[in-house]
Ligand binder design. Structure first.
Ligand SMILES: CC(C)(COP(=O)(O)OP(=O)(O)OC[C@H]1O[C@@H](n2cnc3c(N)ncnc32)[C@H](O)[C@@H]1OP(=O)(O)O)[C@@H](O)C(=O)NCCC(=O)NCCS
Length: 158
């Protein structure tokens, strides 16, 4: 077995993915939900999304494994556009929850995860792919062709 690999996630990864989600998001502010409750809620959410048949799936996830353990993940949400009479793709993509545990960083796993996601995005002929980067991850996204644009307006209604 290779030491590191990237593969599509399955419902069997739900618990580990929920644990990683908790660790990832806990870095961004004050946690208001107990870890155990969050992991139960998030793993049910993940399991349900990853159990959807491939043809209907709206959430796709890739995991990075090192020595048999899942140490990272990235998600792609497929966003439906309205039917279009032009020769224009009818799905956008939203990239989220891109995370590799600190001990496994800077060894290329993040790049490998993003490469797999973008290969799938090309295969599905997505129209546009959007994401909100952290400051430090901008260079990695830029290396994969992402660029800032003045074509998007954002409002946080809360
Ligand atoms: C972003 C992340 C998934 C990349 O994983 P990785 O396995 O380290 O990626 P690679 O080894 O393929 O590439 C390394 C690149 O990741 C970026 N990176 C490194 N450490 C990072 C960190 N702590 N946070 C964000 N990006 C980081 C850098 O661009 C780095 O390349 P550079 O130093 O030459 O600029 C990982 O660093 C991470 O989980 N960071 C914290 C969470 C995060 O910021 N996620 C992005 C949300 S938009």
């Amino acid at each position: 077995m290779p030491a590191a690999l990237v593969r599509r996630a399955t419902p069997a990864d739900a618990l580990r993915l929920a644990e990683l989600r908790f660790v990832f998001r806990s870095d961004f502010g004050e946690v208001t939900e107990a870890r155990e409750a969050f992991v139960a809620r998030a793993s049910a959410w993940v399991r349900a999304r990853l159990a959807v048949a491939e043809s209907d799936a709206r959430w796709l996830c890739w995991v990075a494994e090192r020595d048999g353990a899942v140490v990272g993940n990235v998600w792609l949400q497929l966003l439906e556009k309205l039917p279009n009479p032009l020769a224009e793709p009818e799905l956008h993509g939203y990239v989220t929850n891109f995370y590799v545990v600190p001990e496994a960083r800077s060894g290329g796993l993040g790049t490998a995860l993003l490469d797999e996601l973008l290969a799938e995005a090309r295969r599905r002929e997505l129209d546009r792919i959007v994401l909100w980067p952290t400051a430090r991850s901008r260079a990695l996204y830029a290396r994969h062709g992402f660029a800032t644009t003045d074509g998007i307006l954002e409002l946080r209604p809360r």
